[in-house]
Design a protein around this ligand. Sequence first.
Ligand code: FAD
Length: 487
Amino acid sequence: MASQDPVSPSHATFDLFVHAQSCKEVKHHFAELCMQLDINPEDFRTFYIKLKERLNYWKAKALWTKLDKRASHADYQQGKACTKNKCLVLGAGPCGLRTAIELSLLGAQVVVLEKREAFTRNNVLHLWPYTICDLRGLGAKKFYGKFCTGSLDHISIRQLQLVLLKVSLLLGVEVHTGVEFQGLIEPSGDNGWMAKLQPGSHPASTFQFDVFISAGGGRFVPDGFKHKELRGKLAIGITANFINRNTAAEAQVAEISGVARIYNQKFFQDLLTETGIDLENIVYYKDATHYFVMTAKKKSLLKKGVIKQDYSDAEKLLAPANVDYEALYSFAHDAAYFSTGGKLPDLQFVENQPGRPDAAMFDFTCMHRAENASLVRERRGKKLLMALVGDCLVEPFWPLGTGIARGFLAAFDTAWMVRSWGMGVPHLKVVAERESVYQLLSQTTPENTSKNYAGYSIDPKTRYQRVNLSSIHSNQVRTVILYLLNR
Ligand code: FAD
């Protein structure tokens, strides 16, 4: 039988790129591949075509088949819908990268800025069935062989970012890490909209764009957008990642896909009696790490010495100075040990920074949601379409696992909006349509969205069961746009 091993240096580099396990390695092997094949990654318009022509490797072909299938969707108009558009995406989290992929398929020039140098988040995300189907369609399984095998429906943030980074680069997206976005620079002279960056001399600081997508996560709200705060009763989350040695014994331990107090009183009562730990719920996923996330009761955290002093203000309560980290590690360890029936006897924390166990406590009492998803600004005759995606649009409620599902829905909706923008639809209509679709986002569940996952595209009608693209009229968004035009 003929050997299937790579026969040329570029084949070997492609394999290294596909299997790279850090952001740095991905970028390094990608640069090497471009050099070996003599392709300039900045030629975004022809990059993917040249790559396919020059990398005649069976493993790569299997991936091209997948990407070509996606790219051939009529919505993208053969990559010509947005050829005149230049898009700046802030944030290389899952939602920023997923949006960037769609924008590049539409034919736009896409630049992504990420302030971190490394992808380090081990926390594991639950995926809705449609997101699994979507990621398979982008070749996730080729980049990460273990992706959602069997009944697994989760992936670590880090691994998801790596998959999406690789796809983005192959499609000609420019991704810059270690560069912080600090604000927009208004057009002046011949220059259009640009970004103020740190470091200021970064090459991307000369990039002029007409579309700005903020995917900066959590509380990152660009100028011009307003957030609503939804305040619930105090909710304290704890995450913990333990080393997975992938032994047979570890493989036997059952995951806990979500157990809440109201459904299993006895489990939580026994946990309290045996350990003094009082929880509302707990989730355990076995991924690259043993990942636990739980909601803990304040009284129990105080009693166990995790929180030093009681305050009514959640920010003060969970301020680092008020947390005893050794006690937090014991708390997370004991909860993990008990909830897996002691079957993970050697629970050792993953270190996220040298010497720092990967365990964190966070407050999710307040959830933020942007009042609107898009805006148009105009200065000196130059219009800028602005949009929010991911957590900075709607902060997810982690026990429902809505982060990636709603994040990707918003990424597709945003791409649909940019498509209209690129095709010359009047800007009031573009924004009105986006806001009409945005009305639906917070109510979406796996049950009330279309089950035809293979039919999902950036067109909202393929995903939402009942969508009225003109439920908000152009004249209702006129005030927002005019207000911004005049600021
Ligand atoms: P992020 O992942 O936060 O990415 C934003 C990126 O922007 C970051 O990389 C950041 O460095 C970068 N950035 C920020 N500011 C700047 C700047 N000025 N310049 C340059 N770069 C910048 N979701 C699920 O779907 N399922 C789950 O089961 C789930 N569980 C969760 C459990 C916990 C404990 C938590 C806290 C969240 C959970 N989520 C879950 C939510 C999920 O993590 C988020 O929805 C997801 O990571 C959001 O992706 P994002 O791209 O919007 O933002």
